[in-house]
Write a new protein. Sequence first.
Length: 268
Amino acid sequence: MNEPEQRKRAVSDILESGAGLAARHILVFLRITTPLTLPIGLLFSAAVFWLDNSSGSSHDFALGILVPVGVVYALAAMASGAACLKVAAEAYSGASPSAREAIALVLRRFRPVLALTALVVVAAAPAVALLALPGLTALGSYSLLLLILALFSLWASGTWAVALPAMLLEEKGIKDSLRRSALLVRGSLFRALGTILFGAVLALFAGVLVAILVSVFSLGGGNVILIVTLVGFGLGELFVAPFYVAFLVVLYGDLRARERGPIAEQAS
C-alpha cells in the first residue's frame, strides 16, 4: 500500500526549521566559511580601503587589484556555500556532518557547481534588478521588457530553487539537476519562491546583525569607521551562506519526502 502524501510544509515552517538547523551546527559551518572566505574577504576589504584612500595612478593600481580579488572572493563564496549545503544536508538527515569532507566534495565538482550557481544567479538577476529599481517608469520604453524578464526570472528562480541540492546530494550533472529541481518543485512553485526570497532576506539579516555588533568598535576617524565596517561585513558574510543553504536543504527535504522518502535516501 502506498504511503499517504505528506502535508506540505508552510514557508514559515521551512524557514523556522532551517534557522534552527543552521544555529545548531553553526560551528561546523564556520569551519567551512572561515578558511574559504575570511582570508580573501579581508584582502578584498583591504583593497577597498586602499581604493578609497588613493588617487591618480595609485587609484588605478588599487582598482586593478580589487577586480581580480573580487572575482576570487566570489568564487570562494560559491565554493563555501556549496560545502555548507552538503553539511546542512548531512545534519538534516541525522548524520554527523564533516566540514572537511564537504569541502573535498565541492572541490572535486567545482566546475559544475560554479556553472550551475552562475546560471541560477544570472537567471535571478532581472528579478533582483526589478526589486532594486525605484520603479519601472525609470526605464521608459524598456520597462515592459524588464517586467517580462523579471517574471521569467521569478519563475526560473523558483523552478530551479533546489537544483544545487540535487547536484550535490544526488550526484547529477547540470542539465539533470535543473530537470530534477523542476520535477520536485512542480506544484510547489510559490512555496519554493517564498523560501528563497524570504530565506535570502533572513540570511542577509543574520550577516548584517553580526556587522552591526562589530560596528560598536568603530571609534575614531573616518578611516577607522571604514575599516571596522569592512571587517564587520566580512565577518557577517560568514553567517549568510549557512543560514541560506539550511533553508534550501529543508525545502529540498520536504519536496523529497513527499516524493519518495527522507532526504537521506538518494535518488537514482
